[in-house]
Design a binder for this molecule. Structure first.
Ligand code: ATP
Ligand code: ZN
Length: 299
């Protein structure tokens, strides 16, 4: 494939980010079929090809311009960036957009019987992690001296094996920590997936597609939570109903034929619409309430 004409995006091959990354690309209009164990997929309707790799490899692939774009967690990106700085290399990857998935945090967690009373309690302790550079920066900025034990995985069992006193690892729900008798005590870094791009200037055709892709990504993100609400209400109830519609701009109000002062209200809500919202709308006088998914949105 012609690297001058076609964009290449690196996506995690198989893991927590894979499904949502591919879903995002699909929603942006990209059609491709993925065979089993296929390393690369060719976009059928856009000049955009997908390369499947380990998430840890994505920052280097983008920094070295093997891929034009990448979808990777901020946790991995920051660790690689700080590692490059430590080696004397200048990190030049650019974050184009932070996305609304892959949310987690890198946190310090201590065994249940650890007497934690503020960050000072970890001074002089051994901390196991796969993120030594991010942790080192956090310790430096917090003015704490502690020993970092760098592991390549299975961090959560390090305290039980006697290899560390506490850990610094990724948490989303906290259930893995609980299962390992650990307690989260401080957040080191909040993370989410980032769309990143190569530091190298792109030829016009590719730069143009990156711009179009960004607009679509933006649209997809807005749409995810958005709903189209339709309802009937007495005109007098409009001010209260408008206040109840979550994140909507001025709704469309249409008179209903032969119903006196009743109107139909249509609105795009950009925040999650809960059952409670509908119940409140009904209590305010609304009836015939319909909530529809929004498929695409272009602001
Ligand atoms: P790979 O084989 O690609 O290296 P991995 O084992 O490093 O996979 P996953 O466990 O699939 O990676 O996690 C990928 C990314 O998902 C993480 O780097 C992080 O950005 C994000 N993530 C979200 N929630 C969590 C979580 N609870 N634990 C770990 N990662 C999470
Ligand atoms: Zn990984």
């Amino acid at each position: 494939m012609d690297r001058q004409q076609r964009l290449r995006i690196a996506v995690q091959k198989s893991g927590r980010l894979t499904d949502e990354s591919l879903d995002l690309l699909h929603r942006c209009g990209l059609k491709f079929s993925r065979g089993k164990d296929q390393l690369m997929c060719y976009g059928e309707n856009m000049p955009l090809d997908v390369l499947f790799v380990r998430d840890d490899d994505i920052p280097d692939l983008v920094q070295e311009d093997v891929c034009d774009l990448g979808l990777v967690g901020l946790n991995v990106l920051e660790e690689k960036r700080l590692a490059m700085l430590a080696r004397g290399t200048t990190p030049r990857i650019e974050i184009l957009q932070k996305l609304d998935f892959g949310r987690c945090r890198l946190s310090l967690a201590v065994p249940q019987d650890f007497a934690f009373d503020g960050l000072q309690s970890i001074a002089g302790k051994r901390i196991a992690t796969t993120y030594p550079h991010v942790l080192a920066r956090f310790l430096r900025e917090s003015g704490i001296a502690a020993e970092i034990v760098t592991l390549s995985g299975a961090v959560e069992i390090a305290p039980r094996l006697g290899r560390a006193d506490l850990i610094c690892d990724l948490v989303s729900t906290g259930s893995t920590l609980t299962a390992n008798h650990l307690r989260e005590v401080a957040a080191v870094l909040a993370s989410q997936v980032c769309l990143v791009r190569t530091p190298v200037a792109l030829p016009d055709v590719k730069a143009d597609w990156v711009r179009r892709l960004l607009v679509r990504v933006d649209g997809v993100q807005q749409v995810r939570e958005s709903k189209y609400i339709m309802l009937h209400a007495p005109r007098a109830a409009l001010p209260q109903i408008a206040k109840l519609l979550p994140g909507s701009e001025s709704p469309t109000v249409i008179p209903l034929d032969g119903t006196g002062d009743k109107v139909a209200v249509h609105a795009v809500c950009r925040e999650t619409v809960f059952w409670e919202t509908l119940e409140s709308l009904k209590a305010a006088g609304a009836s015939a309430i319909l909530v529809l998914p929004v498929e695409k949105m272009l602001a």
